[in-house]
Design a protein around this ligand. Structure first.
Ligand code: AR6
Length: 336
């Protein structure tokens, strides 16, 4: 997936470039800056000295030295002063400049920390939103894998309201491993249905007649339903989106999409199938249909599935918000 949110120490990430949340002197400091300089070794500071600082909202690039990445992009975020001093614009500009530099240096993968969200005091949820929005805008136009490394769990907190709404939905719909009496009752067909099926069973049909009316195995295999890939391509056509618009909205990379496009019988993973259903803004019934074609279902025994269902039922098809919620409930993310 082009944009992934991971909980990781950025200095350990094997990507083409990592981004540093630096200050305008570019001569090191605490937080992620300190960690990057420690892991890269003294040569990084030597190179930084030659850069002569950097403006707020901008970024400069150096080599990665002892780090597992090729480059470090030093971005200088704004100090939070309440929000009405252009902080957002400056933060957006940090991400844009850093991504532009990464592109100019042919980076295929980049990892960002949540710039400004530590010592500089930018509220973490707001900082995360800016990061997600700016990076996803960039990914609509460019092919790159971008990670947001979220260090501490508190950084990743969906709004209290959304959290409690989802919690309530899970309470109402999540079937634990214990037997759920209502579900059990639903499985017992009404008496009239039982009687009807009994009547059908007791009707005498000679075995030979049954054989002649049954389609041969060959026929049955030949008459397969529309496959996942066929349904996906049909739905893309019906939606009026281009292929690229759809796979980008699904946060799926181009190579994987081409594979699905060229192989009629391609079996995607469940998160991939769900990501496409979300991008196409399918209803719950259509989502289930599409998943079934890939051999999956949405079950009330899985918290992950119930959260996906919550978002579809509420008409919220923002894959990044869904991932935020999945993260908050300790579930694996779509595509990650
Ligand atoms: N990997 C990923 N994220 C990290 C790591 C790590 N190893 N360490 C911290 N974070 P901060 P700022 C997160 O304070 O707010 C420095 O002194 C951290 O939890 O590093 O932009 C500079 O020199 C937080 O969410 O950067 C500047 O003077 C985020 O990284 C000033 O701090 C950014 O926190 C910059 O402040």
């Amino acid at each position: 997936m082009p944009l992934q949110i991971v909980r990781n120490d950025i200095t350990k990430m094997k990507v083409d470039a990592i981004v540093n949340a630096a200050n305008s002197s570019l001569l090191g400091g605490g937080g992620v800056d300190g960690a990057i300089h420690r892991a890269a070794g003294p040569k990084l500071l030597e190179e930084c000295k030659g850069l002569h600082g950097c403006e707020i909202g901008s970024a400069k690039i150096t080599k990665g030295y002892n780090l597992p990445c090729k480059y470090v992009i030093h971005a200088v975020g704004p100090i939070w002063q309440g929000g009405s001093f252009g902080e957002r614009e400056k933060l957006v500009s940090c991400y844009k400049t850093a991504l532009k530099l990464a592109k100019e240096h042919d980076c295929e993968s980049v990892a960002f920390p949540l710039i400004s969200s530590g010592a500089y005091g930018y509220p973490k949820d707001k900082a995360l939103k800016v990061a997600i929005e700016t990076i996803s805008d960039f990914l609509f136009e460019n092919d790159m894998t971008v990670y947001i490394a979220v260090f501490d769990r508190s950084a990743y907190r969906i709004s209290e309201k959304l959290f409690s709404d989802i919690e309530e939905y899970i309470d109402d719909n999540y079937v634990d491993l214990h037997t759920h009496i209502k579900a059990e009752l639903r499985r017992i067909p009404p008496l009239a249905e039982l009687e009807a099926s009994e009547a059908i069973r007791s009707r005498e049909v000679p075995y030979s007649a049954k054989l002649t009316t049954m389609p041969s195995l060959d026929d049955a295999v030949r008459r397969l339903d529309e496959s996942f890939s066929e349904m996906l391509l049909r739905k893309i056509d019906e939606s009026g989106m281009t292929d690229a618009q759809c796979y980008k909205k699904a946060n799926i990379d181009r190579k994987l999409f081409s594979k699905i496009r060229s192989d009629k019988l391609y079996k995607p993973s469940k998160p991939t199938a769900i990501a496409f259903a979300i991008a196409l803004e399918l209803s719950l019934t259509e989502t289930k249909d599409m998943l079934m074609k890939a051999g999956f279902a949405l079950s009330h025994s899985s918290k992950f599935d119930v959260i996906i269902e919550y978002f579809i039922e509420h008409g919220n098809y923002n894959i990044f918000e869904i991932n935020e919620a999945l993260f908050a409930f300790d579930q694996s993310l779509l595509g990650a």
